[in-house]
Ligand binder design. Structure first.
Ligand SMILES: Cc1ncc(COP(=O)(O)O)c(C=O)c1O
Length: 383
């Protein structure tokens, strides 16, 4: 039996309703969205709009039109950062960011003359609101923060940061890659101006889907220009949403798949999902602690973390452990730097990297047992 424990990278399996909806659309419809006036195109358009509505509901956003679809959270973050920041702007961010934020900010620092302050984090991945406040300068335009670290799992105090951003009149951009679909997010109550999310992780949808919830009036310059299906004689990108930020044909099949995933999530309930993942995390933390020489990083507390557990085995190379688990035990985990080197700096693993398990809604305690047995047999064979 294949055991998948890399759900922080992408969730697997998906609810069967997801491939079913994609199959049904491709085989029985196939129409464009926003471009045709025949019945099938209107039906496809309706399904895309329904997905916008479901996302708006999930994030308590009051206007589905300003839920903009992108191909990934990486694109969403680039859209918000590149589309808003101007020369001289200052940005406050955290030491936990994924390269989707960090490389984009560094590129804007080099090419556009923005400046960046990084809020420190502890080795458990915790940041302090006082440090966020202290980093703000008169030039600060935006705070951009991950909602949960993809290396350490630690959930960040985005409600407090959002309140601070609102008080100081700053834009607040949240990277919800690791949390959307498992931790409740309320863009209004948490003062989130821009929420970047991906469809293929805990939202349980397909790759190639993601989006940006625009909960503010800030002007966002489109990353690309092109057809939107309407006002075609106008020579520039229209300024109304979502067309302003959605040029070119959409990933209709993916968005319909995401819509099916959102219906599944709604039926299960976020609380049920979180409860199951928390229980599995507690089970995994206990079981992993019986492995000789293991060092587990992060908060080691399911109430402070999403289902991500990074670890190393003393004296062993993470990639070799992951390779053994895959080849000998059919257990899939991640090894390396997980695209977030500064988070690895916090735990002293920036050269070595770490193993990481990502727990998903479809995992069971038996999967954790297989992992732990695999680690013990790896040690027996390699010590
Ligand atoms: C916190 C965080 N941000 C951004 C990303 C980038 O996601 P994608 O490559 O799907 O755009 C990831 C993916 O692992 C992530 O965990």
């Amino acid at each position: 039996m294949d055991i998948y424990l890399d759900n922080a990278a992408t969730t697997f399996p998906k609810p069967l309703a997801v491939p079913d909806a994609i199959y049904d659309y491709i085989v029985n419809n196939g129409g464009t969205s926003g471009r045709g006036s025949y019945e099938k195109a209107i039906l496809a358009d309706g399904l895309v709009y329904q997905t916008r509505k479901s996302l708006a509901k999930l994030f308590n956003h009051n206007d589905p039109k300003t839920v903009v679809f992108t191909s990934s959270v990486t694109e969403s973050l680039n859209l918000a950062l590149q589309g808003i920041l101007k020369p001289g702007d200052h940005v406050v961010t955290s030491a936990l960011e994924h390269n989707a934020v960090w490389r984009c900010l560094k590129t804007l620092e080099r090419d556009r003359g923005i400046t960046i302050s990084v809020v420190p984090a502890t080795a458990q991945g915790e940041t302090a609101i006082e440090d966020v406040e202290a980093a703000i300068t008169p030039e600060t335009r935006m705070i951009v923060f991950t909602h949960a670290s993809n290396v350490l799992g630690t959930i960040q105090p985005i409600g407090e940061i959002g309140a601070l951003a609102r008080r100081q009149n700053l834009l607040f951009l949240v990277d919800a890659a690791q949390t959307a679909g498992v931790i409740p997010i309320d863009v209004q109550a948490q003062n989130i101006d821009l929420l970047a999310f991906t469809g293929h992780k805990s939202l349980l949808g397909p790759m190639g889907t993601g989006g940006l919830v625009v909960n503010c009036e800030a002007e966002i310059h489109p990353l690309i220009s092109g057809g939107t299906g309407g006002d075609s004689a106008y020579e520039y990108q229209p300024d109304y949403y979502p067309n302003h930020l959605e040029a070119g044909i959409m990933n209709v099949s993916g968005i319909i798949g995401l819509g099916a995933a959102l219906s599944f999530l709604e039926a299960e309930g976020l609380a049920t999902i979180r409860h199951k993942e928390d229980a599995l995390m507690d089970y995994a933390l206990n079981a992993l602690s019986t492995v000789p020489g293991i060092e587990i990083y992060g908060p080691r507390d399911s109430s402070k973390s999403v289902g991500v557990i990074p670890f190393n085995l003393e004296g062993h190379v993470p990639e070799e452990i992951a390779f053994y688990l895959d080849q000998e035990c059919q257990v899939m985990i991640r090894a390396g730097l997980h695209c977030a080197p500064s988070a690895h700096r916090l735990i002293g693993t920036v050269t070595r990297g770490s193993c990481r398990i990502g727990i998903g809604y479809f995992n069971e305690p038996a999967h954790i047992d297989a992992l732990v047995n695999g680690l013990k047999s790896y040690l027996k064979e390699n010590n």
